[in-house]
Design a protein around this ligand. Structure first.
Ligand code: NI
Length: 162
């Protein structure tokens, strides 16, 4: 299992580098990311969250199938937005409503290096956007209005000190 890095860790703020080797080590990393995500009761986990500065993330919605996205790029987004309560394993216990594109078209590589494109909507589209942000050093709280963000992060810090 990996340790999950929380807000304040530098790796969460860096732009992750493309994955270049689709090898056994990558497979092992992905497997361990799924284990770590499930243990933390998360539905998505990105490389930087476990200290790996590479462009990959895993997603598994409750009762759904596992998805692996490597070197992902969003190639299309819907005009319409949806609002939903979001959280993050890197900011435990912090949740806020956030608007994102209701659906996205994403291009990525599989664990074996095969390219694919996918259209996603609903919760899957949301999680893809959230995880992709992690690869660019962006946390969901960055996307909240400043006042909301400051209040939530103050509460978070208070909880962490307690
Ligand atoms: Ni997150």
């Amino acid at each position: 299992m990996f340790d999950i890095y929380t807000i304040g860790a530098e790796v969460l703020r860096q732009k992750a580098a493309p994955v270049e080797n689709f090898d056994a080590e990558l497979s092992k990393t992905i497997e361990t990311m799924f284990t770590t995500m499930k243990f933390g009761r998360g539905i998505g986990l990105a490389g930087p969250q476990v200290g790996i500065g590479q462009r990959l993330f895993v997603i598994q919605l409750e009762g759904g199938k596992p998805f692996v996205f490597i070197n992902p790029e969003i190639i299309g987004t819907s005009q319409d937005l949806s609002e939903y309560e979001e959280g993050c394993l890197s900011i435990p216990g912090t949740y806020a409503d956030l608007q994102r594109s209701a659906s996205v078209q994403v291009q990525a590589y599989s664990e074996r290096g095969r390219p694919f494109t996918m259209e996603a909507d609903g919760l899957l589209a949301r999680v893809i956007q959230h995880e992709l942000d992690h690869l660019d050093g962006v946390l969901f709280t960055d996307r909240l209005p400043e006042r909301v963000r400051e209040r939530l992060l103050k509460q978070y810090e208070k909880r962490m000190r307690a």
